[in-house]
Design a protein around this ligand. Structure first.
Ligand code: SF4
Ligand code: SF4
Length: 482
């Protein structure tokens, strides 16, 4: 690909359209009677949006209760009201000017390519509970992960302005649920399925992944009518690198003891770029990082300095479904680290560029989505265990809460190994298997509270043992002090 500086882009939509096969079905594959009843759909959509607003109000009210919550969270709060966020107006304006919006799921879509073609990427994985029943009208499997059914239900009921604005959606084939979700969604919109190799360290996997990303580039260019040149790709990789730098800065600030930001706020900050303009996010995340750095210098804590330091691991938690982090922090725990693909993980790994030439840039950008990823859709997934162990050390984690969405086999399958490796480091782990509904909240609260008591008891015991060991060396008390 040649370097082209300052050259006006030709419109390539017509020429490229001939090169990309149209895989959309000529007729709907599924019969959905509910889709014909527009009145019912309008009513459903109204109920869903109303409930989502209630959930957002509820969680934001709880999050604002934190003593000395960072002031810089105000911008994130405003943007998190996603059904009435100013972002919707910005996207409408972009579309009115002929711009495109491309939906994504998981963390495998090459966002730099989407932005380089002047399209807006929006992550569409849903956390809404009351769209699941509609999703089940086409994906009836009771054992299927709620995120898949909820996401489908959002599209079927037209409940999300971001979904409705999307001209196409990139669906990675990572698990059974996503396979079929992509297939069903093709009755509603343009879907680009992406093959993600599950064994990623081989040469075949690398070259297959590069081909997948090249095919996506072609699809993006065809949809937008904009060819992606060196200059645009470089600009967008540099933007991602700025975002990764500030995300790492915020990540490091969570190591502070006592904590200067609570876990729910961190999760919200990391999820805001799912729909926001990344360059605007970088500005606000930088202001937040500066405020937190000042707090570290001034010793201002956001939660009880004695609160157990908890790491949240496992299946993604999507705003506004903050049931689990809310329970942990409401029960007196402090979430100081997370390894969620909807949290820290998706902005963690930088793009490693050797030389700013097209081939190197493209390859580094594509590989960044595959090689460092510790998503459990890969096997073997030893790096995830290594990363969790390292986080336990770095963040001085005292307990791990492992979130499993019922029906998510890949996370459930790794839970025993993560538990064993945490316990090898003397850190207990609680596995919570749950759905999106709030029905199990009180039952889970009892388990979380008992777990936090256990963590506190272990801390006390460890402190006592330390004191005894010290006395022994000192000669004032021998043995175990008995
Ligand atoms: S864990 Fe991996 S497969 Fe599951 S939702 Fe996140 S990125 Fe997708
Ligand atoms: S949470 Fe698990 S089952 Fe659900 S989409 Fe992600 S990987 Fe698939």
């Amino acid at each position: 690909m040649p370097k082209l500086f300052g050259r006006k882009r030709p419109n390539i939509r017509d020429a490229a359209a001939a090169e990309v096969p149209d895989t959309r079905p000529s007729a709907p594959r599924y019969r959905w009677k509910g889709g014909e009843d527009e009145e019912r759909l309008d009513e459903l959509s109204r109920i869903i949006v109303g409930r989502a607003k209630e959930l957002i109000d509820h969680y934001q009210e709880q999050m604002r209760k934190a003593p000395s919550r960072p002031e810089a969270m105000a911008w994130f709060d405003e943007r998190a009201r996603f059904l009435s966020s100013p972002r919707i107006g910005e996207i409408e304006e972009h579309k009115a000017n002929g711009g495109k919006v491309i939906g994504t799921m998981c963390v495998f879509a090459p966002l730099e390519l989407i932005r380089a073609a002047d399209a807006i990427p929006v992550r569409l994985c849903s956390g809404l509970h009351n769209t699941i029943a509609t999703g089940e009208e086409l994906m009836a499997d009771a054992g299927l992960c709620p995120m898949v059914k909820s996401t489908l239900g959002v599209k079927m009921t037209h409940a999300s302005p971001f979904f409705e604005a999307s001209d196409a959606v990139i669906v990675p084939m990572v698990c059974d649920g996503k396979f079929k979700l992509g297939e069903v969604l093709q009755d509603f919109m343009e879907v680009w399925m992406v093959n993600v190799p599950h064994i990623k360290d081989t040469q075949q996997a690398r070259s297959m992944w590069l081909d997948e990303v090249r095919a996506l580039q072609q699809q993006i260019e065809t949809l937008t009518g904009n060819r992606i040149y060196w200059e645009e790709l470089k600009r967008e990789i540099q933007l991602s690198l700025r975002a990764q730098t500030v995300a790492r800065r915020l990540y490091d600030l969570r190591k502070a003891d006592p904590p200067v930001i609570n876990g729910r706020d961190s999760l919200l900050v990391n999820q805001t770029p799912h729909t926001e303009d990344l360059s605007v996010w970088v500005e606000h995340a930088t202001v937040l990082a500066q405020e937190l750095e000042q707090r570290v210098r001034d010793g201002i804590a956001v939660s009880d300095p004695e609160a157990p330091r908890i790491m949240l691991a496992g299946a993604p938690i999507m705003w506004p479904n903050f049931k689990i982090p809310q329970l942990i922090e409401e029960s007196g725990g402090s979430i100081v680290a997370d390894e969620l693909c909807s949290g820290t993980r998706w902005l963690y790994d930088p793009i490693g560029i050797d030389e700013w030439i097209w081939d190197d840039m493209f390859q580094a950008m594509a590989e960044r989505y595959l090689q460092p990823s510790v998503c459990p859709c890969f096997t073997p997934n030893d790096p995830r265990i290594g990363r969790i162990k390292q986080m336990i050390e770095d963040f001085r984690v005292e307990g791990v809460v492992y979130h499993v969405l019922r029906g998510c086999h890949i996370y459930n399958g790794e839970s025993t190994r993560v538990k064993q490796s945490a316990e090898d480091r003397g850190v207990p782990m609680l596995i919570i298997e749950t759905e999106y509904s709030q029905e199990d909240t009180e039952q889970l609260r009892t388990r979380v509270e008992a777990f936090l008591m256990l963590v506190r008891a272990r801390r006390k015991k460890a402190a006592k043992a330390k004191r005894r060991a010290f006395k022994t060396i000192d000669g004032s008390e021998g043995g175990d002090g008995a």
